[in-house]
Design a protein. Structure first.
Length: 299
């Protein structure tokens, strides 16, 4: 009986030692990964004028490029529009008609959402976030308590509450170049946005079909970020943006090698630059992880 007891004690000790060893190895690997990634002798060659990678696990910056530069953010704005609409707890099943007031008179952008089209607030929210529909965002702000002006005021108030000191909103769509921010501020906005389940769900949906009331034909809308369809990406929040003054923009919360990060890419010129930069970041971090793991195994 005594021998069995001793055997159990020794077995328990061995298991505890192994668990401690695994935990230590995990910490070493994590620290070496951070060290390797922070080795700026090998940085990702990004083509976006402004870029930032924020490590949510370590709560520090992995990479920055002009991260404190104030710049137009285009439709990245719609993340804030969505947050203040959801904060107001307005009924998502309420039907809202698209109005001529919602049409873009600044840039003259087009939309299939013609005046008279009726959709629920929830559908408008989804289309504003997923396919960056400007008229959907405009209608959401127009039907906010107090109207568009009140919605914009609340967007700026929330920005201040989040500590976004270099951010300003002029309109709810992002078409106005006066909507500006920094990459550092946008990390805070993305982190706030991911706390809303609907924003996470809607921004990462690959496509959605709406069925207008009456005899209107179903309309299929696609996500403006093709990476949400890529199985190799694990994306929690996504938003794209474009106006000529801002270039092509992309913000994402994602997991790379089980490591949660926020990626901000602003002022990317060329249709594929922002997506290319996101993939370059992913490849860079994955390579750093493999180098760190190889170094740990050799030691």
């Amino acid at each position: 009986m005594r021998n069995k007891f001793l055997l159990l004690v020794l077995l328990g000790y061995a298991l505890s030692a192994q668990a401690a060893s695994d935990d230590t190895a995990s910490r070493i690997l994590d620290d070496e990964l951070t060290s390797t990634v922070l080795n700026f002798t090998s940085v990702p060659k990004l083509r976006s004028a402004i870029a930032l990678i924020y490590d949510e696990q370590k709560q520090n910056l992995i990479y920055t490029k002009n991260a404190d530069m104030v710049a137009p953010i285009a439709s990245i704005t719609k993340l804030m529009t969505a947050m203040v609409v959801l904060d107001a707890q307005l009924p998502l099943d309420e039907e809202i008609g698209i109005s001529r007031q919602d049409m873009d008179k600044l840039k003259g952008t087009r939309s299939r959402m013609n005046p008279g089209l009726k959709l629920t607030r929830g559908e408008l929210l989804r289309l504003a976030l997923m396919s960056s529909e400007n008229r959907a965002a405009a209608a959401l702000a127009r039907t906010y308590p107090g109207g568009t002006g009140a919605a914009i005021a609340m967007m700026n108030i929330k920005a201040l509450e989040l500590g976004m000191k270099d951010t300003r909103f002029i309109d709810p769509t992002g078409l106005n170049r006066g909507n500006v921010s920094t990459a550092q501020d946008l990390v805070k906005m993305v982190q706030a946005a991911q706390r809303y389940d609907l924003i996470s769900q809607y921004t990462t949906t690959s496509s959605y079909t709406v069925k207008p009331a009456g005899r209107g034909r179903p309309m299929r809308f696609s996500n403006t970020n093709p990476l949400v369809k890529n199985a190799s990406w694990e994306i929690g929040v996504s938003k794209t943006g474009y106006i000529s003054e801002a270039g092509r923009c992309l913000v994402m919360q994602a997991r790379i090698n089980q490591r949660p990060v926020v990626i901000v890419l602003l002022d990317s010129w060329g249709n594929r630059t922002r997506i290319g930069d996101a993939n370059r970041i992913k490849k860079w971090m994955e390579s750093a992880y493999l180098r760190a793991r190889g170094s740990t195994q050799r030691s």
